[in-house]
Design a protein around this ligand. Structure first.
Ligand code: KET
Length: 407
């Protein structure tokens, strides 16, 4: 018998680069300073800086465990799928009533985007997906791996710290007919800049007139405005015109179910017949990747969505999370005003959702990490949910020092 080679057969494997978002937490964990503050990953924290297990999730979980019929059989997800579609499209959505929507459970937002990307790469005539510039850092990698080719459309104007609406219209206007367009349903990550309803309407008209295919990413429904319905308006506008679209939903943020990896992918089609064939192909994509989704998180979501009392309780807890983030925005803005920090910081209170796109440059960010033990992504994004009344002054001091000392 040949003896095994002395060196590992994997000896040539190079270490992968740290993820730009998750790597921030890795660096944070290594820092022994008591002052350290993690504003990197978008994960909700309480005033005390702790992860939040929603009360309603605890209740739903208890209810499930008390239910004698609960088991670990392969998941029949029909109920979860229907409820998820209803949540994003609205209870009275004609597309649902006409059975033109197919929904499959996905592994949170990321897994749902990936399944949608794979489906498109196999069955759609156009392989190019346009992503906003900038976008969530994982988008280009997920879609490339799914077999799509990635291009960008202008979205954010650093000069105004607002939407580059003209650039967006020009870039989508010159995209080849049929191209896929990724849209953040609300609370755009990382910029916190969303189109107004009137701008959404113009985007919709442009997308439909050029036969582009919208693919929504809804990772923050309820986090932008505190209202689940208001945050779904952009998507519902596109469903109301009878056209087709894809949407990936995540329950990581709005139910605090990060680790359960529960989400959904829906495709709205022109007819029930097409939708049912599309569904069969989605199931095939999933079958060959991981066969079946996990049941526990989906059971929690379904228990909350189908019970009026739990649902109402959820909306109250969700609103409280959104409100705490809004209050952090105001407090940080006030603290910078109080320090007379040079520059216009009104974008902190204007931006929407979990993040403030501060406009700080990579040099200023690394200064804040080195001198103040504040951890954030190098693009200057801070997760407002990681702040508290107690930590706002420390952050404001750090920003003030960074903009006055580092160019
Ligand atoms: N889409 C967007 C826009 C998004 O910001 C995230 C997560 C996801 C999808 C994926 O979430 P999932 O946990 O798969 O349901 N964003 C935060 C966390 C991360 O990067 O994983 C973040 O930007 O910090």
């Amino acid at each position: 018998m040949a003896s095994p080679p002395a060196d590992s057969v994997f000896a040539h494997v190079a270490a992968a680069p740290e993820d730009p978002i998750l790597g921030v937490t890795v660096a944070y964990n290594k820092d022994p300073s008591p002052l350290k503050l993690n504003l990197g990953v978008g994960a909700y924290r309480t005033e005390e800086g702790k992860p939040l297990l929603l009360n309603v999730v605890r209740k739903a979980e208890q209810q499930i465990l008390n239910d004698g019929s609960y088991n670990k059989e392969y998941l029949p997800t029909a109920e979860f799928n229907k409820l998820s579609a209803k949540l994003i499209f609205g209870a009275d959505s004609p597309a649902i009533q006409e059975n033109r929507v197919t929904t499959v459970q996905g592994l949170s937002g990321t897994g749902s985007l990936r399944v949608g990307g794979e489906f498109l790469a196999r069955h759609y005539h156009q392989r190019t997906i346009y992503l906003p510039q900038p976008t969530w850092g994982n988008h280009p990698k997920v879609f490339t791996l799914a077999g799509l080719s990635v291009k960008n459309y202008r979205y954010y104007a650093p000069a105004t710290r607002g939407l580059d609406f003209q650039g967006l219209l020009e870039d989508l206007g010159s995209a080849p007919s049929g191209s896929i367009v990724l849209l953040h349903a609300c609370a755009h990550n990382p910029t916190g800049v969303d189109p107004t309803p009137a701008q959404w309407e113009q985007i919709r008209q442009l997308i439909r007139s050029k036969a582009l295919l919208p693919f929504f990413d809804s990772a923050y429904q309820g986090f932008a405005s505190g209202s689940l319905d208001a945050d779904a308006q952009s998507v519902r506008m596109f469903v109301a015109d009878g056209g087709e679209l894809l949407i990936a939903q995540s329950y990581a943020q709005n139910m605090g179910l990060y680790a359960e990896r529960v989400g959904a992918l829906s495709i709205v089609c022109k007819s029930a017949d097409v939708a049912s064939r599309v569904e069969s192909q989605l199931k095939l994509v999933i079958r060959l990747m991981y066969s079946n989704p996990p049941t526990h998180g989906a059971s929690i979501v379904a228990a909350i969505l189908k019970d009026r009392e739990l649902y109402n309780e959820w909306t109250v807890e969700l609103k409280a999370m959104a409100d705490r983030i809004t209050s952090m925005r105001q407090q940080l803005f006030d603290a910078l005003q109080a320090r007379g920090t040079p520059g216009d910081w009104s974008h902190i209170i204007k931006q929407i959702g979990m993040f403030t796109f501060t406009g700080l440059n990579p040099g200023q960010v690394s200064f804040m990490t080195k001198e103040y033990h504040i951890y954030m992504t190098s693009d200057g994004r801070i997760s407002m949910a990681g702040l508290s009344t107690e930590t706002v002054p420390h952050l404001a001091d750090a920003i003030h020092a960074a903009v006055t000392q580092v160019v």
